[in-house]
Design a protein around this ligand. Sequence first.
Ligand code: PLP
Length: 284
Amino acid sequence: MSRIVYVNGEYLPEEEAKVSVFDRGFLMADGVYEVSSVLEGKLTDFPGHMERLARSLAELKMETPLSDEELLEIHRELIARNDLKEGVVYLQITRGAADRDFVWPKDAKPSVVLFTQVKELEEARQAKTGIRVVSVPDLRWGRRDIKTVQLLYPSFAKMEAKAQGADDAWLVEDGHVTEGTSNNAYIVTADGTIVTRNLSNSILHGITRASVLQLAREAQMKVEERPFTIEEAQQASEAFITAASTFVCPVVEIDGAKIGEGTPGPVAKRLREIYIANARAEAI
Ligand code: PLP
């Protein structure tokens, strides 16, 4: 059965859902996106995703074509029409269609596309086994705080990780880990401190990161926001990643070195439980 997709005001079967070949998202990756998770048919961390979307659009001086209330309504309609119980809703807004030009068009109308994807989140296999990562140089552009659709390098880095028999890559710049290809990166030191890189233009300001750090602090866990090296990570007692579509997921190996016992650690497990319980309670 085909999915129902939202395209510029219409709900259409996916085969009929189309955007222009002149769309600047297609020609220039001139667009931004958000991915929100769905648990039991409800959206998790939704206000955070809407806040970051507004910020990404403002940074690129793009018009905000729909209000948060309208976007929530479209998300809910797609979840209902596709009977989505667990998975994600993908939302993309581009600057719209116009003759190809490096100068931004004055009167292009933003394109808005949303679709659902079924995905096992709570019982995901990788959350139980943990993942293996390899380090690769971070060769992305300098505004990684804007959630743009230019994902070629992260995709390339993930392919490199797969080629090396790993699950994902951690990106390294000036000797320090920035983040994962599509997630924020963390380690847990011997004294139980959770360490993750501080916010700046070098990383995406993860919505899951914000929730997890707040929940960790509320649970009296120690948090340090600072850069760390691959060597420090390899000697840490635990490592993990966060993202909307993985929640908290343990990392058990970095560049071939086992982290701790080489199995998911207690801090990552606890944070995953706390995060899921809270996401469920606050889902809309
Ligand atoms: N960092 C990058 C580069 C990402 O692409 C993502 C998610 O796609 C994240 C971090 C995690 O962000 P969030 O928790 O908002 O999904």
